[in-house]
Every structure is written in C-alpha cells, then in structure tokens.
Design a protein. Structure first.
Lengths: 380, 65
C-alpha cells in the first residue's frame, strides 16, 4: 500500500507562506503521493496499524491532491501571465498592478499562489538561485495582510518575509527602507499581497498604508498582484472616493481588477462546468465503494449545498470522505453528506441555491434530472 | 471601474464547453444506482471512463499536483 504518512517530509513545509522559507517549501515540495484504491475486501484484511496508516494517507491525499484548473483559474492565470510579461518598464515608471477580486471561497488566493509558484520556479530555473551580485534570488515576495494594516505592519510584513533580523524594534520608516533594499537586492519581480481588503481606505492608518503601497509600486521594479474580498464593492479601487472625485483615485488607473466568480447554475454551459468540476473531484477520491457518477449524479444537490463556491465544495467533500472512512460507508451518498455541516455562508444561502437548482431542473428535458443517492437506512 | 473588470468566466467559453453543455442537456440520467455495493465489489477506477451517456470520456479539469 502506498501511504503518504510522511508527507510533507519537513515541518518547514507546514510553515506559513508569508516567510521565505515557508514560501520556498510550498513552491518546491514534491506533490503528495497518491495512495492506491483498495477494494472493500483488501481494506477489511488490513490490521489496525495498517488500516490507520492507509486512512491517514487517504486523509492527507484528500486534503492535498492539488489545484484544480477551473475556468476561473485558467482565465485569471492568462491575465496574470500577460500583465507580468508586459511589465518590463524601467524603475522610474509605474508598473500597473492586478487585483483578484471576489467573494470569499471562490479560490482567489489559490489562483494567485498557483500562478506565483509557477513564476517562482521558472524565474529560478532561468536565473539561478543567486543574483548576479551574489545575493539570494527571491523572484516572488508574498505577504498576507492582517486586520487594521498600518504603514509599519505592511513594511514589517515585507521585511519579515525575507527574514531580516532586527525588525521588531524598528520604526515604520526604517522598515520601509529595508523593505525596498531587500526587494531590489533579491531581484524580486512579483509581489503577491494577499487579503488587501484589510487596508481600510476610509481610516487614517489605512490611507497611509494604501499610499505607501502606491509609493512602493513607484519605486520598485515589481509587478504587484493583490487579492481581496469585495474590493470593488468596498470602493477600495476608488480609494473610498465617490461621485466626480472618483477620477482622482490613482488606484483605479493603475490596477486592473480580475473578477473571480463562483460557479453558476443557470445556463447549460454553467451546469456543464459544474459537472466537469464534480467529475474532476470525483476522480481524486479514494473511497473503496466509490463508483462513477458518485458526485456528478448529485450535481443539483451539491450546488444547493455549496452555492457553486469551490471552497465550500472541497470542504464538504473532504469532510464527507473523512466521515465515510470513519463510519465504514466508504462512499458519499446524499444521506451521509446531509450529516455534514459546511461553512455558515453556504448553509445560510441554501434556500436561495435550492431555488436555482429547482429552476435548472424545470428547464432540463424530462428524464435528465440528476438524482440524489440515498443510502439504505441506517448506513450513514 | 467596471471597464477594468475582467469576467473570468465569460471570457473563456470555448466550443468544447458548449459541446459538453449540449451533451449534458440532451442526456437522460443514467447514473449508476446507489453507491453501496457488496463487500467484495472491486473499487471502480474512476479515471478515463466513458461518461454515463456514452458521449466519450468524461470531461475533467486539469489538476496541478
């Protein structure tokens, strides 16, 4: 039995992506090994320790099988590639930035991380691990903002990513100077700033942090990629300005926003994409009694449960698989999935998404309705 | 601001997806019956299997490991 109990091999691979060691581990960690699927009788023949190891390796696999290249990811990746490739201006010119904007759970951070990891590997392959001046080469800077981001915490985050010593007692200006030096010395060319909505452009500290980001975009030879929740709705892009003052917002002129939307369930194309996503997830699952169509046959139900948010879907399926293993069901029938609560947002929106799937069912030719898969009573 | 927005879904509707959508809407459901088999049933290999409607291989998105 192939097991993944030792994956990832090093504890640094579990570290946050907001430090250079954690980021490098994320970028360079070999893929999680896929355990084989056992038959029910093979599973039953395992002793307690072997069974624990096998279940452990399946849990690890279900949580780490990889990134699904959805149409949303494909579209965003194409835009990011284009914009990073075209940003070759000299240091004295501003490089336009790109922001992935959307609701929580649509995969913005996953998309940005996947793109930046590819970019990082490719840049080091081409340029090597050292810059021409002999410094470490870090093609990507990645930081995540926290609530009430200030000028100091922004600069601190950048210095902390590079592991700069002595930053705890430094003030915002010192940190800012070091941040610029580090980015330039390490030949960083892409900066991923996650959760940028934590900068409140209506608050004084937020305005200062936002202005500093603009300053960094002016002085650094870097393409900024931002991710954030509801940036357009929060008027972040307009820097909180309204009416005729909107034209004064530099951010709107320098950023291009890529909307990342959840899956929809209105047209035939929407439903085909949803079915394709379910089929993709289905093929990654290692349950002994799984059969073809286990998820695609529950397309309406799964849309109702998740609202088309890939984060909610993956969460529901992952929890469902854990329960299927622990209870011995070894499949994901509707009865079992019904016992799993997902995120509050998906649960709260369920009535609305049920109406959407009912409408879809009415438009479908007779006999073409996906059905739920009820297990015999008492199994789940 | 709206001029800056790129809708990731709308821009990428290619012929392949439309074809899959057509197949989906025309196909009666022939999904297998409830998923529980008997203990000795062999686990089914899910990759590269024909779709339930026999319209060719089931469509999947690429997965980056």
């Amino acid at each position: 039995v192939t097991v993944a109990k030792s994956w990832p091999a090093s504890s640094s691979q579990l570290a946050s992506l907001t430090t250079k060691s954690g980021w490098r581990a994320f970028v360079d960690t070999p893929p999680c090994p896929r355990p084989e699927v056992l038959t029910a009788s093979q599973l039953g023949a395992l002793g307690p320790d072997a069974r624990w190891e096998y279940d452990e390796s399946r849990m690890v696999w279900h949580a780490n099988f990889g990134t699904i290249v959805t149409p949303q990811l494909q579209a965003a990746r194409m835009e990011l590639e284009l914009r990073v490739a075209a940003n070759r201006q000299r240091g004295d010119q501003v490089r336009p930035a790109t922001a992935l904007d959307g609701l929580p759970g649509v995969g913005k951070t996953t998309i940005a991380d996947a793109f930046c990891a590819d970019y990082d590997r490719a840049a080091r392959r081409r340029m090597g691990e050292r810059t021409p001046d002999g410094d470490e080469h870090w093609p990507v800077l990645r930081i995540g903002l926290t609530s009430n981001t200030t000028l100091r915490s922004l600069n601190y985050g950048i210095c902390d990513f590079y592991g700069r010593p002595g930053i705890k007692s430094a003030n915002a200006d010192q940190l800012g100077r070091w941040a610029i030096e580090l980015v330039i010395a390490t030949r960083t060319s892409v900066a991923l700033i996650d959760e940028v909505h934590f900068i409140d452009v209506r608050a004084k500290d937020g305005v200062r942090a936002n202005n500093h980001l603009k300053y960094l975009a002016n002085v650094l030879p870097v393409t900024f990629i931002f991710t954030g929740v509801g940036l357009t709705e929060r008027r972040y892009i307009n820097e909180g300005l309204t009416g005729t003052s909107v034209v004064l917002a530099q951010t709107a002129r320098r950023w291009t926003t890529i909307r990342v939307e959840p899956f929809r369930y209105v047209t035939d194309i929407d439903r085909a994409d949803w079915a394709t996503l379910l089929c993709t997830v289905e093929e990654q699952l290692l349950l002994t009694r799984a059969v073809t169509g286990m998820l695609t046959g529950q397309a309406d139900y799964l849309f109702e449960r998740t609202g088309g948010y890939i984060g909610s879907l993956v969460n529901l399926v992952r929890l469902g698989c854990a329960k299927a293993m622990l209870t011995g069901v070894e499949a994901l029938p509707t009865d079992l999935l019904d016992t799993i609560r997902v995120d509050d947002a998906a649960e709260g929106a369920r009535a609305g998404t049920r109406a959407v799937t009912k409408q879809a069912a009415r438009r479908r030719p007779s006999g073409a309705q996906p059905k739920s898969q009820r297990a015999p009573a008492g199994v789940a | 601001v709206d001029d800056h927005v790129v809708d990731g879904v709308d821009d990428h509707r290619d012929g392949e997806r439309q074809q899959a959508a057509r197949a989906l809407s025309l196909v009666p459901d022939s999904d297998p019956d409830p998923v529980l088999g008997d203990d000795d049933e062999e686990a089914e290999i899910l990759a590269d299997v024909p779709d339930p409607a026999g319209q060719g291989l089931r469509r999947t998105f690429e997965v980056i490991p």
